[in-house]
Design a protein around this ligand. Structure first.
Ligand code: MG
Length: 257
């Protein structure tokens, strides 16, 4: 394992990739409604990223065709955008998108409700977002990697949900996926020591039912084995002396929770 720590100047430089990633994610979210296809959402993300001087980080990554991953209901992550996939009222959709600016990568995701969703789905979204914030709050010097996973897992499981094991968060910098892996489960005070300069994408994937996943035949799309819904929230976070600093945010961002 080789963790590439970033200088304060490099972290500062990563803010722009983070800002563009956050803007694309927000604007795509504003277009989430019944009747829209995930390919339309993909085109919106790509045009926002390019208009801001960025390059879509996902496009061509390992052969992935889109600028977003769009994953609906029981789909966990890595859904390929398609004109055949059209949102319906009551769905939830995870949008994951990222931008490269000046060689630095930002990566973020949010799960949006489509129209009005059931109370159970609303709760799944709230709990998953809350688990992300718990993980982010644990991303500080003095803690270890297991503290992040433990924080995420505790929130998700206390609500009766389960966390995905096979897909995890990651270090991020000039590459979208750097060491270390950042699992959404773990034991406190175990694993790699967290130090200033580490930059992590913290991204809980929380299932309403069981944790087991299945990879579909396109080689990308991951779904829950039990067919129950799954939610996904992600932010890119720098660990600094004074604690976690959010990088995938727009100017003037106020944290909701
Ligand atoms: Mg990620």
């Amino acid at each position: 394992m080789h963790i590439i720590k970033k200088t304060p100047g490099e972290i500062e430089a990563m803010r722009e990739a983070g800002r563009v990633s956050a803007k694309a994610l927000r604007i795509v979210g504003e277009h989430v409604r019944a009747g829209v296809s995930t390919l339309e959402l993909d085109e919106i993300a790509e045009s926002v990223i390019r208009a801001e001087g960025g390059i879509p980080a996902f496009k061509g990554y390992g052969g992935f065709p889109g600028s977003i991953c769009a994953s609906i209901n029981e789909q966990i992550v890595h859904g390929i955008p398609s004109k055949k996939v059209v949102l319906r009222d009551g769905d939830i959709i995870s949008i994951d998108t990222g931008a490269i600016v000046d060689g630095w990568v930002g990566d973020n995701a949010w799960t949006y409700p489509v129209g009005s969703v059931s109370p159970q789905l609303k709760r799944l979204l709230e709990v998953t977002e809350k688990s992300m914030w718990a993980g982010i709050d644990a991303a500080r010097p003095g803690n270890k990697l297991g503290d992040i996973g433990h924080a995420v897992q505790s929130v998700a499981e206390a609500a009766g949900f389960s966390v995905v094991r096979e897909y995890v968060g990651h270090g991020i910098g000039r590459d979208m996926h750097e060491d270390p892996n950042v699992p959404n489960y773990g034991r406190p005070h175990t694993g790699v020591k967290l130090e200033p300069g580490m930059v992590l994408a913290i991204e809980p994937m929380v299932n309403m039912g069981r944790a087991a996943t299945r990879l579909m035949s396109d080689g990308w799309l991951v779904v829950t084995r039990d067919g129950k819904p799954s939610a996904h929230f992600e932010k890119t976070v720098a660990i600094t002396e004074t604690g976690p600093v959010l990088l995938t945010v727009e100017d003037g961002y106020r944290r909701p929770l």
